[in-house]
Design a protein around this ligand. Structure first.
Ligand code: C5P
Length: 226
């Protein structure tokens, strides 16, 4: 297994620290880091740009089918390419964040995303982060981590990441709304996989979270080599 490279799934709500942890793990193991949220964001941005209504599932699925979303590894984070254009910064805008949450409820959109994500990860040697990786995209993933934290802590982390565009209260309220949508949607809601290791980072430092996850990964690797 070590030769082929594992599939490491990191799921959890917004602000739980998934992206930071996934990037660090990818660097540590020399794996490819696939942020699935960026793919939903890229489609949402295109929908906003082209005027496709966010509640029109058929039109969104059609738009997805005509799109090419690529994640390119860079020393300071992935670049996101949509139809060959770099949209990395644009897709972090607040209106795109909201739109991504809305487009992601549609089963046909999810089906397109999941198919692409499976192709991207099929060869192994990946850290894939999102909401449904351990439950749906790669239920056979070698490692499944579900990262969580109290909503107030997650809201505060989000605010610190982007203080210029957010009021602290707005950040917390946006996050609660997105969380609710993710957890209650009919198709692939945000839930830990039954075999996921759940880590609540509310009172933990980043180093402590990383140590925990690395321990899980090393135990799995050692078991596989026996
Ligand atoms: O992780 P990020 O905040 O960038 O994701 C943007 C949105 O995409 C989330 O609010 C969530 O609704 C959706 N998403 C999803 N499934 C994933 C990744 C993201 O539904 N695997």
């Amino acid at each position: 297994m070590a030769e082929k490279g594992m599939i490491i799934a990191i799921d959890g709500p917004a602000g739980s620290g998934k992206s930071t942890v996934a990037a660090l793990l990818a660097r540590r193991y020399n794996y490819i880091n696939i942020e699935t949220g960026a793919m939903y964001r890229a489609l949402a941005w295109k929908a906003l740009e082209t005027g496709v209504p966010l509640d029109d599932e058929a039109a969104l699925a059609d738009l997805a089918g005509k799109s090419r979303i690529e994640l390119q590894a860079h020393p300071n984070g992935n670049r996101v390419l949509l139809d060959g254009n770099d949209v990395t910064e644009r897709i972090r805008r607040q209106d795109v964040t909201e739109a991504a949450s809305k487009v992601s409820v549609h089963p046909k959109v999810r089906a397109w995303m999941v198919q692409n994500q499976r192709e991207l990860g099929a060869a192994g040697g990946i850290v894939m982060e999102g909401r449904d990786i351990g439950t749906h995209v790669f239920p056979q993933a070698d490692i499944k981590i579900f990262l969580d934290a109290d909503p107030e802590v997650r809201g505060a982390r989000r605010f610190l990441q982007n203080p210029t565009t957010h009021l602290k209260e707005t950040a917390a309220a946006d996050l609660r709304e997105r969380d609710h949508r993710d957890r209650t949607r009919a198709n692939s809601p945000l839930v830990p996989a039954p075999d996921a290791v759940i880590i609540d980072s509310t009172h933990m430092t980043l180093d402590q979270v990383m140590d925990n996850i690395v321990e899980v990964i090393e135990a799995r690797r050692n078991a596989a080599q026996k």
